[in-house]
Design a protein around this ligand. Structure first.
Ligand SMILES: [Zn+2]
Ligand SMILES: [Zn+2]
Length: 205
């Protein structure tokens, strides 16, 4: 039980109890499988639909024979039915990278509320593990709260804000970041970079 960080390419992948959180880029699948060969995996939870988090979701779903869960607003992007928008020069680079990367979407993605209580930002959480809908980086970005730990996807990195170019709606994103600050957590497990403490979060107000 608890949170374990796994080695992967593209993003940080965590094992939260029996759930795999995110999957890295498409060359991460085998690497992840080796590290969880002793575990029974109940499902894969996707924090948001960016390619560095979903690249191995199709492969791992097949190999593990488990379900993939995400917020319903990001499901069409994870399945490859819709494309996310990016802005600025970094956005152009991302779009270019997406065309280069070969990846296989999962066959099916279930709504996260089938396995976890989902709270909107501003609502307080009471359950041991819950998903919070924190839109703005993508429409269906989620954070997971477990005990005093926040698994935040790309909401924050090394205590800092995410780059505007990667956000689907930056105002909404800032609102989500401000709102999570009201929650009771101590450690933040980000999709990139190191684990950091809540006190280290900067640049929000
Ligand atoms: Zn992202
Ligand atoms: Zn990312």
């Amino acid at each position: 039980m608890g949170i374990r960080k796994l080695e992967a390419k593209g993003c940080n992948v965590y094992l939260l109890n029996n759930y795999l959180i995110d999957t890295g880029t498409s060359n991460s699948g085998e690497m992840i499988l080796k590290q969880i060969s002793d575990e029974k995996i109940d499902g894969i939870i996707i924090t948001h639909a960016h390619l560095d988090h979903i690249g191995s979701a199709g492969f791992l779903q097949r190999e593990l024979g488990c379900k993939v869960y995400a917020h319903e607003l990001d499901i069409p992007y994870i399945l490859g039915d819709k494309k996310l928008r990016y802005s600025g020069f970094l956005g152009i680079l991302v779009r270019f990278g997406e065309r280069l990367f070969k990846w296989e979407p999962p066959e099916e993605v279930e709504k996260i509320d089938k396995i976890l209580d989902v709270f909107e930002v501003g609502e307080s959480t009471h359950t041991d593990i819950a998903a919070l809908h924190t839109p703005g980086h993508t429409p269906g970005s989620i954070c997971l709260i477990y005990d005093k730990n926040l698994i935040c996807g790309d909401l924050l990195r090394d205590g800092k804000l995410s780059n505007k170019s990667f956000c689907s709606d930056y105002e909404q994103y800032l609102h989500s970041v401000r709102a999570i600050m009201d929650l009771d957590f101590e450690l933040v497990y980000s999709g990139h970079g190191r684990v950091f403490r809540k006190e280290e979060i900067k640049g929000i107000y």
